[in-house]
Design a protein around this ligand. Structure first.
Ligand SMILES: C[S@@+](CC[C@H](N)C(=O)[O-])C[C@H]1O[C@@H](n2cnc3c(N)ncnc32)[C@H](O)[C@@H]1O
Length: 709
């Protein structure tokens, strides 16, 4: 059996019940240590003391020499990636756990990433090719995996939609329990070993009141040059990093006399760069996000791959059935956490997860847990029109399709044709039938089409949240990237806002996300949008975990509502670094407010950027059936109600608010007046009836003239 390489629990830690696992072990006929009985329905999170005492028991026993050579009580110094490769490749040799179906650095759009995505080669299979697995296939594999009715009932409880985990865990098969409990034991033992090593380190350090960390100023140039030519001593570097952090934590008592905080910070930065192989520019940017100790934890977490997670495709199967099918194939897994009903964390597998029959039949997709979050925040509803502006390779599009139960319509856009192939493959493999793929630079929206109930902008970004997946980010991002990317993100976000139908009955929401942790790509982009579009506001993401976004950063102040945004870090939640902001569009874009602002001497491109392009809803080519047409119209009194209904339907289809029909339309259709209020602002509406038609875009004009000809 392959050895799992990603043992740490995914997402916010779940309380583990000792008694519960003891029960499971007994069931499986395994030896069990004495475990105190817990009150029913009260799962206790273990305290540090409990954990320490446990270290001398089973946990410690299991921590004895491991396959990787680590031994209990000795803190292993992870070998950093000096050459941009992380330990992932080593781990791959021992476990066939694949990367996500989303490409390695899916935050790096074409043109921003050096590497092309791993396009899913199996993703071209559609329903029919897979033997016509349709909706009626759901749950049909029960019989295959369960001859025992009782067992089947139990399995359903384990992965029931209600997720009664406490009962449910009992329903794991014996094979899976053995694997899982062993993994948990080993994981716990490793944590104990690390804690012990930290203690020893701290004990040593208390003997050195004020460690000598900083180089002497007199140190001659030659010594420095010689040093620079030698490979860094990693052990020494690491020790100096921890010493420096200790000094910075308690500067008044631990710093050497005459040394400033800045000197220590500079030393720490240099050491971090040397130890982990970052460019100084990026390391500084990332270090500035955290206090020194937390920054260290962040850099450390970037050296370890995140857990392998799969998302159940609920268009094809149920999570409990998928879990059982994979368990039967020798996969050790468990639900990703209570926060998701579709995620499964894979602990180990002796089959390639990207080639199982269940995978080929579209029962799941390999997807990082953090990628669930923007979709959960957007929460698309059945029957809605949704735009996924930057969608390849489709992890989030297919998630949305499943949430919408294949109803409504999703426009999945990506300007990269090669990536769009992966997107199309996934759409087919996962059986999504409500998706239209398009291929625009998303800044062209809503000129292409607008009036969406919800929009997802999972923006192209620097990928600083996924360094564990793509260590090349450590050195290949420079100042220019952090100017160009935020600029593009800002433009995309304005286009996204303008594509939302504020009058949507069910929606009117937009989610902006990146897999980057820098403020330039997140809070600053959101703040820019709030400044430029006063018709949007931030709302709660309703996500069950995540840190608040910054409301101030390095002297910059952001709107207090930025605290509604959510940040995710590898070291806090064991997920990829991510950022999620949810907006609600509360009205049409007031043209005058936006146009007032261009700074003097603004360049042409800037002026273009300021141009109001809110064309939600689109109306120019909405020729209402029956009006001015060649069939004489439908203006008979008896046809009135049919006309009204047709108008309403036509408007709804385009994301327009049919209520606008109730407004008295002085000399034109209600639809026209609605369109005008969106494009020009309601204040100017009455005075600009004539000029309105001229403001319609050329494309619309062309459409019209084509229709007439
Ligand atoms: C973070 S990835 C998207 C991942 C995708 N949402 C998923 O869940 O599978 C960013 C995407 O943005 C696309 N992109 C880059 N520039 C773009 C632009 N100007 N307009 C729209 N998409 C763009 C890239 O091709 C890339 O596929």
């Amino acid at each position: 059996m392959g050895v799992g390489r990603r043992m740490k629990k995914q997402g916010p830690p779940e309380p583990l019940s000792e008694e519960h696992f003891a029960k499971l072990k007994r069931k499986a006929g395994l030896p069990v240590d004495d475990v105190p009985t817990e009150a029913p329905n009260k799962k206790k999170r273990k305290t540090a003391t409990e954990q320490t005492s446990k270290a001398n028991g089973a946990g410690a026993k299991n921590a004895a020499p491991k396959s990787n050579g680590k031994s209990n009580g000795v803190k292993a110094v992870p070998a950093p990636n000096q050459n941009g490769k992380n330990n992932k490749s080593k781990a791959k040799k021992v476990a066939p756990l694949p990367e996500s179906d989303e490409e390695l650095s899916d935050g790096l759009g074409e043109g921003f990433s050096g590497s092309e995505p791993d396009v899913d080669e199996f993703s071209d299979l559609d329903d029919e090719e897979m033997g016509g697995l349709g909706d009626d296939f759901l749950g049909s594999d029960d019989s295959v995996f369960d001859s025992d009715a009782e067992d089947q009932r139990e399995r359903k409880a384990m992965f029931s939609e209600d997720e009664d985990e406490s009962d449910a865990e009992e329903k794991l098969t014996a094979a899976n329990i053995v694997g899982l409990s062993n993994k948990l034991d080993r994981q716990r033992a490793q944590e104990e070993a690390e804690a012990q090593a930290e203690l020893e380190e701290a004990a040593l350090q208390t003997n050195i009141e004020r460690p000598h960390i900083l180089d002497d100023e007199e140190e001659d140039d030659l010594a420095l040059k010689t040093k620079a030519l030698l490979a860094p001593d990693l052990q020494l570097l690491r020790t100096r990093i921890t010493d420096t952090i200790r000094v910075l934590d308690d500067f008044a008592n631990a710093a050497e006399e005459g040394r400033s905080r800045a000197e220590y910070t500079t030393q720490l930065l240099k050491d971090i760069c040397a130890y982990y192989g970052y460019s100084e520019y990026l390391a500084e940017k990332l270090m500035n996000l955290f206090p020194p100790r937390e920054a260290f934890a962040f850099f450390e977490a970037n050296e370890t791959a995140r857990p392998v997670v799969i998302r159940t495709n609920t268009l094809r199967t149920h999570r409990r059935d998928l879990a059982q099918a994979l368990i039967n194939r020798g996969v050790t897994l468990e639900p990703v956490g209570k926060w998701s009903k579709v995620g499964l964390q894979i602990f180990e597998s002796n089959v390639p997860l990207g080639a199982t029959p269940e995978y080929l039949a579209g029962h799941y997709i390999l997807q990082a847990a953090s990628s669930f979050l923007p979709v959960m925040a957007l929460s698309p509803q059945e029957g809605e029109r949704v735009l996924d502006m930057a969608s390849a390779p489709g992890g989030k599009t297919t998630h949305m399709a499943a949430m919408m139960k294949n109803t409504g319509c999703i426009f999945a856009n990506d300007p990269s044709k090669s990536r769009a192939k992966g997107l199309i493959g996934n759409i087919h493999r996962l059986g999504c039938r409500n998706v239209i793929v398009c291929n625009y630079d998303a800044r062209e929206f809503p000129r292409v089409i607008g009036g969406f109930d919800r929009v997802l902008l999972d923006a192209p970004c620097s990928g600083t949240g996924v360094i564990a997946k793509d260590p090349s980010v450590k050195t290949n991002k420079d100042e220019k990237d952090f100017m160009v990317l935020p600029h593009t993100q800002k433009q995309l976000l304005l286009a996204a806002i303008d594509s939302v139908n504020h009058a949507s009955k069910t929606g009117g929401y937009l989610v902006y996300s990146t897999c980057s942790v820098t403020v330039e790509e997140n809070e600053q982009v959101v703040q820019y949008a709030l400044n430029k579009r006063p018709n949007v506001k931030l709302v709660s993401t309703e996500l069950p975990f995540g840190k608040e976004g910054f409301t101030s950063y390095m002297g910059k102040k952001f709107d207090p509502s930025l605290r509604l945004t959510r940040r995710y870090y590898p070291h806090t939640y064991n997920v990829d670094g991510f950022f999620v902001a949810k907006f609600q569009k509360v009205g049409p874009t007031p043209a005058n407010l936006v146009k007032d602002k261009p700074a003097q001497g603004a360049s042409a491109s800037r002026a273009e950027e300021e141009e109001v392009i809110d064309k939600t809803p689109i109306a120019a080519d909405d020729k209402i059936p029956g009006q001015d047409d060649d069939f004489g119209g439908f203006d008979d009194e008896e046809d009135e109600k049919y006309m009204e209904r047709a108008k309403r339907n036509a408007m709804r289809k385009r994301g327009l608010d049919p209520k606008a029909l109730k407004k008295p339309a002085a000399n034109g259709s209600a639809e026209k007046s609605e369109a005008k209020s969106e494009t020009k602002g309601e204040a100017k509406e009455k005075n600009e009836e004539k000029s309105k038609s001229k403001t319609a875009t050329k494309s619309e004009g062309k459409t019209k003239s084509k229709k007439k000809t």
